[in-house]
Each structure stands twice: as C-alpha cells, then as structure tokens.
Design a binder for this molecule. Structure first.
Ligand code: ZN
Length: 109
C-alpha cells in the first residue's frame, strides 16, 4: 500500500510468487522486520525490480501503485503473520506503523 492507503491485496500464492520472482524484494527494501515480511519499500526501486523480474500476474497493478505513490515509500503488510515486530528497531518502523496499520484503513474500501 502507499501512504494514501491505496492498496493491493495479494493472496498467499501471489505473495509467495512475488517474493520468489523478486528475490524477496531485497533490492527495493529500505527497512524490514527481521521476524516477518512486513517492510518499507522504495517505490522507484520496486518499479525497477518488477520490470527486471519475470512477469507476475499482479505486476502491472503493483507498478501502477508504485508509479502513483504520493511518497517515495510503499508499505508491505504481512497479513498472515502474527508478528508484533519487537525486533524492528529502524526509525522507518514508525512510518510503516502510521501508514500500514492506521485504524480505519479498511473503512475506505
Ligand atoms: Zn514483524
């Protein structure tokens, strides 16, 4: 999702596929929780990464989201994880919290 709360929801298979195709999104990650897949991505780097990776069924949507993101960052929320991110100590964790798990984020859908 981006900072405005625009989001793309991938099912378990799509996200698994995305992580495999992009090498765990490593090249676009600016900060990540060591315990799960929640992370902050650089939007520009994500576009490059998806361009270079083998085609993903949701790739076009993801590139559009990244292209239109209002800030430099995108936020990955691992909905399948119970992790509370106790070891994610980077200052960007706060930014991710604000954007990714702000109350009412589902109200907009
Ligand atoms: Zn975590």
């Amino acid at each position: 999702m981006d900072e405005d709360g625009n989001e793309i929801t991938l099912d378990a298979r799509e996200s698994e596929c995305l992580f495999v195709l992009t090498g765990g999104l490593e090249a676009a990650t600016v900060s990540a929780c060591p315990g799960c897949r929640c992370r902050v991505l650089a939007a520009v780097a994500l576009v490059d990464l998806l361009d270079a990776a083998p085609p993903h069924p949701r790739g076009t949507e993801l590139i559009e989201l990244a292209d239109e993101a209002p800030t430099l960052h995108l936020y990955v929320v691992d909905g399948a994880s119970d992790c509370e991110h106790p070891h994610w100590l980077d200052p960007l964790f706060e930014e991710w919290l604000d954007a990714g798990v702000a109350p009412g984020r589902h109200a907009r859908r």
